[in-house]
Design a protein. Structure first.
Length: 499
């Protein structure tokens, strides 16, 4: 356990998030002793007061492993937390459900094998919205039967969003150098935004999905969550690449391994950026913060172009069909293929398990989405919906907006501020803010970077681009991060109260 002097030396650095003043030429590794500090913070703040419930399991020997890996690969012993729907050989992969409490497969997902090969240390598993928030439309994000309710470190009575709730809260609370989340639609970017950190949903196919509990083969991806764009890019380098078992990743090796180095000299000078003004919502305080971010972009040399975009409900309807059809097919295949001794081998089995254990699994909300997925079986309807969804979000969505307006990227606020957590009534998402579903449904890159706070609650700025244009999206985010004038505060680790 680190001594008080060591703790005092490192905590200010971690809590400040190592905010960049300019895009880095290189990224210095944290000292090997940093992992010992992370472990102490988990012990005191996650297991003790204020009990953030961000971490489900962690490796108490991780500090020694970081020291041993200090000179290994580009990550050099950096400690990374992993969302608990991604398989690691040390622990069961539960997706937050008691049905998978014994899902100890003894294997690493390919993205985790890449992480270790790059010198990364798997520090532990993070809590999540159970089943990645697909079980019910009335859920409370950040709750799982395995891990309880994750709390937002900036306001412990407010929501950490989901489904990568634990990953977002853990990075914000400095429980690790970085974390890995997964996203189908908003599950990396929303928790990153409301927890005041960087989150990157890469192009679908850049990171392998093998041995990750699935929702949608069309939209699922893992991605990095970190304090800075530079750290996110470095982690992305480590986990991205082609996987012969996942056909979507066939082109990935063309792009992997160049993200961190590609940030050197990142600039917004002359970059034309489309502003999704309608996605800023109607709150004057959010609009004012967005305007400040736009001024920072303009002062950094960007050319801003107002882009007329409004959400198309037809895209959401098509996405709904795609997700429910693919959930049933994908989850059935994953559960049948698990080598662990688990009591469920299909989505129907999970539904039955939840009914049999309703006192623990369905105390706060039901499983109507699972039940609807069981009935979403018409393949022709699904195939048409998949074509429609990808067309509306891609060719007639992001691609058209970029081309028609002559812009390289699109920006908007990521999400509104964190709402009060309420297990009885469920989530109260702030409506009308953000356009991340475009990138999610299209499978295109989406980066969120902190742009400041409203009433001391973090709000992120989204950067979205074309398919496989991940590097340029990251470069723009790093350049904005360097130009940002708004303060990015440390978490309070207490409940929210008005000033």
């Amino acid at each position: 356990m680190p001594n008080a002097r060591l703790l005092a030396a490192f905590l200010p650095v971690f809590a400040a998030g190592c905010v960049l003043k300019e895009p880095p030429q290189s990224i210095p590794a944290p000292p090997p002793e940093a992992t010992a500090v992370y472990l102490e913070r988990i012990d005191h703040l996650d297991d003790g007061w204020p009990r953030l419930n961000a971490v489900i399991a962690y490796d108490k020997d991780a500090a020694a492993k970081s020291v041993a890996a200090a000179g290994v690969g580009p990550l050099e012993g950096r400690a990374v937390l992993v969302k608990d729907n991604i398989e690691t050989r040390e622990w069961p992969t539960t997706a937050g459900s008691l049905a998978l409490a014994d899902n100890a497969t003894g294997r690493d997902a390919p993205l985790i094998a890449r992480l270790r090969a790059a010198g990364g240390v798997v520090l532990g598993k993070t809590n999540l919205s159970e089943w990645a928030n697909i079980r019910s439309n009335n859920s409370t994000s950040g709750w799982s039967a395995v891990g309880g309710l994750t709390q937002n470190p900036h306001a412990t009575d407010r929501n950490a969003c989901g489904s990568s709730s634990g990953s977002g809260a853990a990075v914000a609370a400095d429980f690790a150098w970085a974390a890995i989340g997964t996203e189908t639609d908003g599950s990396i970017t929303c928790p990153a935004s409301v927890n005041g950190i960087v989150g990157f949903k890469p192009t679908v196919g850049l990171v392998s999905r093998t041995h990750v509990v699935p929702i949608s083969v069309t939209q699922d991806t893992a991605g990095p969550m970190a304090h800075t764009v530079a750290d996110a890019a470095l982690l992305l380098d480590a986990i991205s690449g082609s996987d012969p078992v996942d056909p979507a990743t066939a082109p990935a090796d063309q792009y992997a391994g160049r993200f961190a180095a590609g940030l050197a000299g990142a600039s917004l000078m002359g970059v034309r950026i489309g502003v999704l003004r309608k996605a800023a919502g109607k709150r004057a305080d959010v609009i004012a913060l967005f305007d400040r971010a736009l001024a920072d972009l303009r002062n950094a040399g960007a050319e801003l172009v107002e882009v007329d975009y409004a959400y198309n409900p037809a895209m959401g309807e098509a996405e709904h069909t795609v997700l429910y059809y693919e959930l049933r097919e994908g989850l059935d295949a994953y559960l049948k293929g698990s080598p662990a001794n688990i009591p469920v081998r299909s989505l129907a089995d999970v539904v039955a398990f939840n009914r049999a254990h309703a006192d623990k699994e369905m105390r706060w909300f039901g499983q109507e989405s699972f039940e609807e997925a069981l009935q979403t079986t018409d393949r022709a309807t699904y195939e048409k919906a998949r074509v429609d969804a990808r067309r509306l979000a891609g060719k007639e969505g992001i691609d058209k907006l970029l081309k028609d307006n002559g812009v390289a990227l699109l920006v908007a606020p990521t999400e509104g501020m964190a709402w009060p957590s309420d297990l009885v009534y469920g989530d109260a998402f702030p409506g009308g803010i953000g356009a991340g579903s475009l990138a999610a449904v299209a499978g295109y890159p989406h980066l969120t970077v902190p742009m400041g706070t409203v009433d001391r609650l973090p709000v992120g700025l989204s950067f979205m681009g074309a398919q496989w244009d991940d590097l340029n999206v990251l470069r723009a985010g790093a350049a904005y991060e360097a130009a940002r004038t708004a303060e990015v505060p440390k978490p309070s680790l207490g409940p929210w109260h008005p000033e």
